[in-house]
Design a protein around this ligand. Structure first.
Ligand code: UDP
Ligand code: MG
Length: 320
């Protein structure tokens, strides 16, 4: 007999929780095995935690963690993975953009012997052109640069086998780009396609800043190409410098009155080199900042409350 775990990170999702539970429950009730439904409250400032507590009182299968403050989506999911006990673990967004009705399909693939089944978006409904455009560019850039093949247009919505979850749990990194780590593990992975629904209710919790940080994190965590960029830029500007020297020599010898040897040319050269150097230092800084984070080795999150993990759910568990 096996157990499935559903992991749902929650950050100010009070308008979504009731509908989310309704839809997840109707899927859970139809599954052949027992399920634990793990909510991770990521420092919500609204009524989310109270709503989760109420659900837990009604339903034995619900357990929850409440983090000490807002640690961000990836860390909230990490906390859920640390606590999940299922043989198959499914990560789901709280805003119903990832339809729970897809869970039986994910499980079907898992039974066929896949260790990671990720849901791939074929279409994003009602998201701004800016988000769609930047996401499009980002996923393709990441695929070009990353050391592992991170499939395009996949989110965190996926099913992972116990073996994969154990591996993720054993990774000590602070900068956790779960999609990347999941791909890094390898084994048998497959995709199922779906159309991503719009948010059921509430505001997007991933602000532009959070999305940008996630993008930089994923690039820096999974690629050393940006570091090499400074070497390439250095070589390129050395080449330009030689070219310029030859030109100046030519002008000196054959066209002593050329206006191009003046102030403007010097300014351009100074600004060009200055900015190349600053960009390179910035890129170095991104890596060094992350080394600093890792070296400190702080815990990934703090726990304010843990509830419902006393017993592993068995089939038939429902109302207390
Ligand atoms: N989330 C979280 N902590 C955060 C931001 C988001 O736990 O700091 C959760 C949020 O409650 C939701 C999921 O992460 O369940 C995805 O967030 P959102 O829908 O805002 O992101 P998007 O769909 O744009 O990727
Ligand atoms: Mg969303």
């Amino acid at each position: 007999m096996s157990v499935y775990s559903l992991i749902i990170p929650i950050y100010n999702e009070e308008e979504n929780i009731a509908e989310l539970y309704r839809r997840v429950r109707s899927v859970m009730d139809r599954l052949d095995e027992s399920v634990e439904l793990i909510f991770i409250n990521d420092g919500s400032r609204d009524r989310s935690l109270n709503l989760i507590r109420e659900l837990q009182e009604k339903d034995d299968r619900v357990c929850y963690l409440s983090l000490g403050r807002n640690f961000g989506h990836q860390i909230a999911v990490t906390a859920g993975l640390n606590f999940a006990r299922g043989q198959a673990v499914i990560i789901l967004d709280a805003d119903l953009q990832d339809p729970p009705e897809l869970i039986p399909d994910l499980l079907e693939k898992w039974r066929q012997g896949y260790q990671v089944i990720y849901a791939q978006r074929t279409k994003r409904k009602k998201e701004s052109w800016f988000k769609r455009f930047t996401a499009y560019i980002f996923y393709r850039l990441l695929q070009q640069l990353a050391d592992v093949n991170i499939p395009t247009d996949t989110g965190d919505f996926c099913l992972m086998d116990r073996r994969v979850v154990n591996l993720l749990n054993s990774m000590p990194e602070q900068n956790r780009y779960i999609r990347g780590l999941r791909s890094w593990v390898g084994f048998r992975q497959t995709a199922i396609q779906f159309e991503r629904d719009p948010r059921f209710a509430g505001e997007v919790k991933y602000t532009f800043r959070k999305s940008f940080t996630l993008a930089v994190n994923s690039l820096v965590s999974f690629s050393k190409v940006p570091l090499r960029l400074s070497t390439y830029l250095g070589l390129f500007s050395a080449f330009l410098a030689v070219l310029m020297a030859l030109l100046v020599l030519y002008w000196r010898l054959y066209q002593p009155h050329s206006p191009l040897t003046g102030f403007a040319a010097i300014m351009i050269a100074i600004l060009f080199l200055g900015s190349v150097q600053l960009v390179c230092i910035g890129i170095l800084g991104e890596y060094i900042g992350r080394i600093y984070e890792e070296v400190k080795g702080r815990p990934l999150y703090t726990l304010a409350e843990v509830s419902g993990f006393e017993k592993i759910p068995t089939k038939g568990d429902f109302h207390k």
